[in-house]
Each structure stands twice: as C-alpha cells, then as structure tokens.
Design a binder for this molecule. Structure first.
Ligand code: F0G
Length: 453
C-alpha cells in the first residue's frame, strides 16, 4: 500500500486526566458535542470539514480572487465540476445542508414524499422543514450489520418501484446517498445506481445523488464490482453521475475542504428557482456563501479526493481500525464503511434498552475511558413517535468512529482499539441515559442527558 503524503505541519493534542474527563463530560450534560475541542484526544466526531488540506490546496487559498461576481476561482471550480459531475448547471453553497435547503425549499410542497436509500439527518430535517416526509428504502442487507456483503448501501429497487406506483404524484424527486452514511458508510453499486435511474425514468421522476462520499463510493465500485477494476475513480464517478439528473454535495467530505459544497442539476427551470433561493439564502450564484479562496480549495480538493493512491490509503485506514476492533471482539458493522467504523452498540451493550440509548452510552464511555470523541447514530438521532404516539426505534443502534482525512496515523487507531478493549472489560457497569432537554429531528446536536442509575 502507498500512503501518498507526508506530514509537514502538526497540531498538538493532549489527553486530560481521568478526573478531568469525568468532569468535562458532566459539564457537557453528557452530550459530546458540548465538549471543547482542546479537551479531546482523538476526535472522530465527524469526517466532515476535519480533513487536512494539501499544500496544493493551501497554495490555492493564497490565490483567492475576492471579487463579488464571477471571480477566477469560480471559473476554476466550474471547469472541475463540469469534468467530474457533468451536470448542466451548478451553484456553489457553503456546505451540503445549504444545497439541500436551497433545493428542497425550491421544489417541495407540504405533504410531498422523498424516497432515498437512507436520508442523513440534515437531509431528512431539510425535507421536514419544508413540509415533506423523508422515506428510507434501504436494501435488506442494510439491516444485517455483521454479514459481509459488498454493497449494503444499495436501495431496495423493488420497494422503490412499489412506492412510486402508489405515491408517484406526490414525489418531487428520488435521492440516493453514496455512500450510505446513516447505514454504516456502506457503498452503493453501479448496478443499483443504474437501476434506480431506470425506475426514475419510467416514472418520470428526477433522480438526485447525495454525493458527499462519491469518491469513496467510486473506489468501492472499482474494487468490488465486476467490470470496474480497470477504470479510474474519476471515470467511475463520471459514469455514476451520468445516470442522475442532479446532486447535492458537501465538499467537506470527499473534496477535503473545511467548508464548501455544491448543488448541481440538469433541469433549467429548477435551476432558475434554486438560483433565486441561493441569492436570498447563501449569496450571489458565483460564490454561494463561500470566499473566493474557499472555491479554489474546493476545486483542487475535488480532484485530489479522486486520486487512486489517496483513496486506497484512506479506505485501508478505515479497514485497519475495523479489523482491529473486530479482532478484539467488538461488534463492528462489517465490512467497514468508507469514512467510518460503526460499532453496533445494542449488541455491544445488550443490557441497555434502546429507550436508554446504548449508542449514546458508548459515546460517553469512549470519552471517559480515552478522551475519544465519537458520535451516536441511533435512537437519539432517529427514534421518532408516530401519529398515535408510539415510539419507533431505528434497526441499528450505532456509535460512529468517523476518520478525518489525512489527519491521524494508525498509531492513533491503535489507541482507539485499546480504549474499546478497556470498555469491553467493564461493560456491565456501563448504564443507559435519558434525555432531559432537547427535541426534534436535530436534537442530537443540543440535547442534555442524565444517567439512568
Ligand atoms: N448528506 C450526508 C450523507 C452527510 O453525511 C452530510 C453531513 C450531509 C448530507 C450534510 O452536509 O455537513 O456539509 O451540511 N454529514 C456530516 C457527518 C455532518 O458527520 O456525517 P454538511
């Protein structure tokens, strides 16, 4: 394996004492989002905006053209977007959820339904905020966390057909999230993308890709799907987007920038509507909430994120962490995702009922034990009451260890594995939590918790 970079600038980190960590997590009301960054040893909260930019990207930052309209960096970004994504129109946005908001507030009317393999939290929340309903149609393998299948991120195409046969009039577009972040960072196959596209054409529905991790998805297609081993990640990405009518994209993931995103599409009428919304919410259509320098870093990062050697080392690091945890007996979603390793917390901590948030309990324990910050992707994020007041829990109760790009070494990953082993030894003493403050689809960001003793 080749690691195609070396480190020439470092940021110091330290680990607080056990007593200090105990105090910090209490002060944070047991919500890891509230802990200060300097009090974290290894920060695996997210892979979003946390990557290390290259010298080429930093050099691009110095070439920022801060003209209000039509700056040079926009033109550079435009040519990269045209090459990689290929859609007729695009708008820069400050991040993925801004692209979602611009899109959904332009096209969704109350009561509309948006199917997806699995919506991420902000996608679902933006649909809901505009009066729509987000519908998940994952393939059956998605709910089998420990079975080794190559494309567990796929959409259930049969269910999509059935869904559109009944609800077509009420569906403004179909989405597909690559890779499937809420479902373990699992990839979607080209075959599935093609099939979803065909169904959308049959029902005359626009097909949009949530492209946050399209480069990692392309790499999985290259290494796991028949017929793609000789293609470059760029060629695979181009084919993937050729089946779609548009995409939302957070550059904070696979374009390795700290801020930035795009919204792209073929439909001219939708583009005009979105452009008007963008001007209102984000800024002029050639900068969309970003500085010229950010546009340049994004343009350069999109190309770097598709480099095959980089993608190989990236996916290998995720696999390194997943294999180490698996070897230590920790129930990790298998195979490893692209950007993150997911621990199935209700299997790891079976004595904690879902109503007491085992994923959250493990997140807290990781900080207590080793100053590690992970994030819950389980019932805090996704449990919801139906109209009759009955609580529905997600099938998987996950704690996600998201790996920032080009930031940590495998020695850090070894520490993460050690910390899990220590928790496993005393796991019967780990207890559940209840929410004392916080509601709504984004409550996980701000909720306060207390232990259920
Ligand atoms: N879609 C997916 C699949 C995502 O994972 C995210 C963000 C977004 C959309 C929104 O993008 O953050 O730029 O506004 N995911 C981050 C995460 C926050 O931690 O997984 P954004």
């Amino acid at each position: 394996m080749v690691v195609p970079f070396r480190i020439k600038m470092v940021e110091p980190v330290k680990i607080l004492s056990c007593q200090e960590r105990e105090q910090r997590i209490k002060e944070a009301h047991f919500n890891i989002f509230n802990v200060r960054s300097q009090d974290i040893y290894i920060d695996l909260l997210t892979d979003s905006g946390t990557g290390a930019m290259s010298q080429n990207q930093w050099a691009g930052i110095m070439l920022g053209d801060e003209a209000y309209a039509n700056c040079r960096n926009f033109q550079n970004l435009e040519s990269v977007v045209r090459k990689v994504f290929g859609f007729k129109h695009f708008l820069p946005c400050h991040q993925g959820r801004a692209a979602e908001n611009v899109l959904f507030s332009s096209i969704i009317k109350p009561g509309m339904l948006v199917p997806n393999n699995m919506h991420f939290d902000t996608t679902r929340a933006n649909i809901m905020a505009n009066g729509g309903k987000a519908v998940n149609l994952p393939c059956k393998d998605a709910s089998k966390p420990f079975e080794d299948r190559p494309f567990k991120g796929n959409m259930d195409v049969k269910k999509l057909e059935e869904f559109l046969s009944v609800n077509s009039d009420n569906v403004p577009l179909v989405m597909l999230t690559v890779t499937n972040n809420s479902g373990g960072g699992q990839p979607v196959s080209m075959e599935n993308i093609r099939k979803v596209s065909e169904i959308c054409k049959d029902f005359k529905k626009p097909f949009f890709i949530d492209a946050c991790r399209y480069a990692e998805n392309s790499y999985f297609i290259k290494t796991r799907e028949k017929g793609y081993s000789d293609k470059s990640p760029l060629e695979i990405a181009q084919e993937m987007f050729s089946y779609a009518d548009g995409c939302t994209f957070s550059g904070k993931k696979d374009a390795i920038v700290n801020i930035g995103g795009i919204l792209a599409m073929n439909n001219h009428d939708w583009f005009e509507k979105c452009k008007a919304r963008l001007i209102l919410m984000e800024g002029f259509p050639t900068y969309g909430g970003l500085a010229g320098r950010d546009l340049e870093a994004l343009a350069r990062g999109i190309l770097e994120g598709l480099d095959e050697n980089y993608l190989q080392s990236r996916i290998a690091q995720t696999q390194y962490l997943a294999s180490g945890l698996k070897k230590a007996g920790i129930p990790v979603v298998w195979p490893a995702g692209g950007h993150a390793v997911y621990v199935e917390a209700k299997t790891f901590l079976p004595h904690i009922p879902q109503a007491e948030f085992p994923g959250q309990a493990l997140t807290i324990e990781l900080y207590r034990e080793g100053g590690i910050r992970a994030v819950e992707i389980g019932s805090v994020m996704f449990a919801e009451k139906d109209e009759q007041g009955k609580m529905h829990f997600p099938e998987l109760e996950l704690t996600r260890l998201a790996i920032p790009r080009r930031v940590y070494t495998n020695a850090h990953m070894d520490d993460v594995i050690e910390v899990h082993k220590c928790i496993a030894e005393r796991k019967d003493s780990v207890h559940g939590y209840r929410i004392v403050k916080g509601e709504g689809p984004l409550r996980h960001f701000t909720a306060w918790f207390e232990p259920v003793e």
